[in-house]
Design a protein around this ligand. Structure first.
Ligand code: NDP
Length: 286
């Protein structure tokens, strides 16, 4: 048997088209073009690509998109001052500081400095707390994208065992919260989990966000399971691959995301969705 592929590119394109329509309607009604500002510190090549792609997608959707580049040696104070200016700027609805930041800057401090109402990455403790307590929050873009994909595929989560491999603040923990909010029974695994293959094999839904090329083998997957692969790694041949051994897993799973073309495109789409939500929430309180 071969699993059905979840086409992240197509689902993301639909989300982006919807956001574009919403932005056109919003701008027509309010005269305001929602703004997204992305801050990049340093010249990390991967971050440069991500930031460029985010800016391009935001432009295409009709946002007022801005990118601010700061040198790698920027000190924390300068970045915090910039964030404060962006917080106060009415033309900016969403602020995204691209991570990772250079070592001299405390990432947590910078994230906490962003106005939670403009925190379209959903990483501020206020948004994390809202997600945890079931209140309206900005949901981190990748977990939000995972949920959107599962919804698109009409995956029933209620009562299912969802195994989240990885517990980062960016992906694992918020994704686990979202799965829980849909009444899945959630197990969160990490580097100290004993007998990971055994735990994964009990998952009706498996989400992998580890950062280790093809670590999760096909023999670990329960027949018919839904497999969501967040990983973005290079294998020994330098080819982009996920955390799941795709060729093996697709023979066992019921539904599976490819890498590339799975979760990756959803992350940018949900960033646009969050920025639109930031703008409409601001308009609603006016
Ligand atoms: P982190 O490095 O922050 O977290 C990795 C998690 O995996 C940790 O919780 C760690 O456990 C766990 N882990 C590491 N080794 C093992 C192991 N051998 N067995 C079980 N668990 C293990 O990574 P992120 O969450 O930020 O990202 C994960 C992957 O997703 C990366 O490949 C990243 O590139 C990709 N990614 C892709 C995105 C996309 O848009 N497609 C967006 C964001 C990330 P512990 O906590 O114990 O250390």
């Amino acid at each position: 048997m071969s699993a059905k592929l979840i086409d992240g590119k197509a689902i993301a394109a639909a989300v982006r088209a919807r956001v574009k329509e919403n932005i056109a309607e919003f701008t027509g009604r309010t005269g305001v073009r929602p703004g997204l500002t992305v801050v990049l510190v340093g010249e990390d090549p991967a971050s440069q690509v991500y930031v460029r792609n985010k800016g391009k997608a935001a432009d295409e959707a009709g946002f007022l998109s801005r990118q601010i580049d700061l040198p790698a040696e920027t000190n924390e104070r300068v970045l915090l001052d910039l964030v404060a200016r962006l917080n106060a700027d009415d033309t900016v609805h969403g602020i995204l500081v691209q991570l990772p930041l250079p070592g001299q800057i405390d990432e947590a401090k910078v994230i906490e400095a962003i106005d939670p109402r403009k925190d379209v990455d959903g990483l501020h403790p206020m948004n994390a707390g809202c997600l945890f307590t079931g209140r309206t929050a900005f949901i981190p873009c990748t977990p939000y994208g995972i949920l959107r994909m599962l919804d698109h595929e009409k995956v029933e989560l209620k009562g299912k065992h969802a195994v989240m491999v990885g517990r980062s603040n960016l992906v694992g923990k918020p994704a686990a919260m979202l799965l829980l909010s849909r009444h899945a029974t959630v197990t969160i695994c990490h580097s100290r989990t004993v007998d990971l293959p055994y735990v994964v094999r009990s998952g009706d839904v498996v989400v992998a966000a580890v950062g280790r090329a093809e670590m999760i083998r096909g023999s670990w997957i329960k027949p018919g399971a839904v497999v969501i692969d967040v990983g973005m790694n290079r294998n020994a041949e330098g080819k982009l691959c996920g955390d799941v051994a795709f060729d093996e897993a697709k023979e066992v799973a019921g539904l599976i995301t490819p890498v590339p073309g799975g979760v990756g495109p959803m992350t940018i789409a949900m960033l646009l969705q969050n920025t639109y939500e930031a703008a409409s929430r601001r308009a609603a309180v006016r």
